[in-house]
Write a protein that binds this ligand. Structure first.
Ligand SMILES: O=C(O)C1=C[C@@H](OP(=O)(O)O)[C@@H](O)[C@H](O)C1
Ligand SMILES: C=C(OP(=O)(O)O)C(=O)O
Length: 448
């Protein structure tokens, strides 16, 4: 049953240590790599994020049930033939002898996209479905690319959207495919993760702008940790068929989760927070939160095996924030600006409309409750804080979106009583969020 939480905070300082869970993005990649590696790669520390725990359950079980993924046996020099139809792998798919199994991935978008590619090259029939919202999150771009590669995939309900049926009979038709880069980088990552198992490898041409680029870089870096090499020239990423090295993958703490602590520091008069395990070099693009929050007086000092955040109250000068490379930070930064009455302009928000909810609409609706407008002008969004007023009490709707709950929670520093809808929504990426808030002086009470 859903329950709301009432959040209060005395004083405008935040001091304490918070151990964040592992990165959802890194963990999801590591799990797919582990599942494809024939036992060679192990994930060291699974994230507590519900999306990662769910994916681990599915992939580790599927590795026991059906370990066979089509593996190429042809020599690599064959991949030179790129403009002709390639011969099929000489691996014969095993006959399907059971009813399709249904895999329900709930609200986990990344996992949905990764599993689409994973099952597309497998040899079992699978129906992949998810939450009601997942059925509105587009998958057509990825399905088209996988079909071109040789996968057989049908839509079960609406064309272009989950649920989908993956037929489990893959024969590679080509190694060269094109994909739009501006809708979701998750499609690209999904293809890069399976590339190494394609008999003729993959030559992926990214059309147009690439959104969320650091996530693609993270994928390639993690593959490299498992000894899978690539080339990336211009807009073409190539990965030949290769063998995984025997290794283990370590998951860093989640920088997107860290962003809420930066927001808390930004809204406090004084803050000294320590987030263990975070390092100045990270695979996660969201580590850019250190630079963004420097504008709000937050200093990040990397020492003692983690990052120390301190706050200095100072004027904010930066007016434009481009979130194209870090879309998961958008809500955090927009809410902080709104709460401080800082009329900034935001770009790179296009993909927010197809995430856990339409995050633009959700932000507009909730910010209106403090009199702030997020005005859309083409590709640019501007905050109008001219009528900002912070009420004594406020109710935040969360729209099944963990980041709506976590991005608005820091407002409890400025608003005496903040009620947040559906507190468990945070489990998707950060289950200990409410407990961690208690460590730095927030008080949360489940509403009866
Ligand atoms: O690859 C990933 O782990 C992710 C990529 C991003 O999605 P888009 O590429 O759709 O922007 C991000 O928003 C999501 O939370 C995680
Ligand atoms: C967009 C997100 O997740 P996903 O796409 O994996 O559902 C997110 O965590 O903000």
């Amino acid at each position: 049953m859903k329950h709301n939480i009432i959040l209060t905070k005395t004083g405008k300082s935040a001091n304490g240590t918070v151990q964040l869970t592992g990165s959802k993005s890194e963990c999801n990649r590591a799990l797919v790599i582990e599942a494809l590696s024939d036992g060679k790669v192990k994930v060291e520390n699974i994230s507590d994020a519900a999306d990662a725990v769910l994916l681990a359950g599915i992939l580790r079980k599927s590795a026991v049930d059906s370990p066979q993924i089509v593996v190429g046996t042809d020599e690599l020099h064959e991949v030179e033939v790129i403009d002709e139809k390639l011969p099929s792998s000489n691996h014969e798919p095993s006959p399907i002898n059971h009813e399709p199994k249904t895999v329900n991935i709930g609200p986990a978008g990344t996992a949905m996209r990764f599993l689409t590619a994973y099952y597309a090259i497998g040899n079992e029939e699978v129906i992949l479905t998810g939450s009601e919202r997942m059925k509105q999150r587009p998958i057509g771009v990825l399905v088209d690319a996988l079909r071109t590669l040789g996968a057989q995939i049908d839509y079960e309900e609406q064309e272009g959207y989950p649920p989908i049926k993956l037929k489990g009979s893959f024969e590679q038709q080509t190694r060269k495919i094109s994909i739009k880069g501006n809708i979701s980088s998750q499609y690209i990552t999904a293809l890069l993760l399976i590339a190494v198992k394609l008999p003729f490898g993959l030559e992926l041409h990214i059309e147009g702008e690439l959104t969320s680029r650091p996530y693609v870089e993270m994928t390639l870096a993690m593959l490299k940790e498992a000894n899978i090499l690539h080339t990336w020239e211009g807009n073409v990423i190539s990965i030949p068929n290769q063998e995984f090295a025997t290794t283990s993958l370590h998951i860093e703490p989640d920088w997107s989760a860290a962003s809420y602590w930066y927001a808390i520091a930004a809204l406090s008069d004084e803050a000294e927070l320590f987030l263990p395990g975070l390092t100045s070099y990270s695979l996660q693009g969201d580590s850019v939160i250190t630079e963004i929050m420097a504008n709000f007086g937050i200093t990040s000092q990397f020492k003692d095996g983690g990052v120390h955040l301190t706050k200095e109250v100072k004027p904010i000068f930066r007016k434009i924030f481009d979130m194209k490379e870090c879309p998961d930070l958008a809500q955090t930064v927009i809410v902080v600006c709104a709460a401080l009455g800082h009329e900034a302009t935001f770009t790179g928000l296009e993909t927010l409309k197809i995430k856990e909810t339409d995050r633009i609409l959700a932000l507009q609706t909730e910010l209106a409750k403090i009199g702030v407008k997020l005005i859309e002008k083409g590709q640019v969004y501007k905050l109008d804080c001219s009528e900002k007023q912070l009420p004594q009490r406020m109710f935040i709707s969360t729209y099944h979106d963990h980041r709506m709950a976590m991005a608005f929670a820091p407002l409890a520093i400025l608003i005496p009583e903040l009620e947040i809808e559906d507190a468990d929504v945070v489990e998707k990426s950060y289950p200990a969020f409410w407990k961690d808030l208690e460590k730095v002086g927030f008080h949360s009470e489940v509403k009866a």
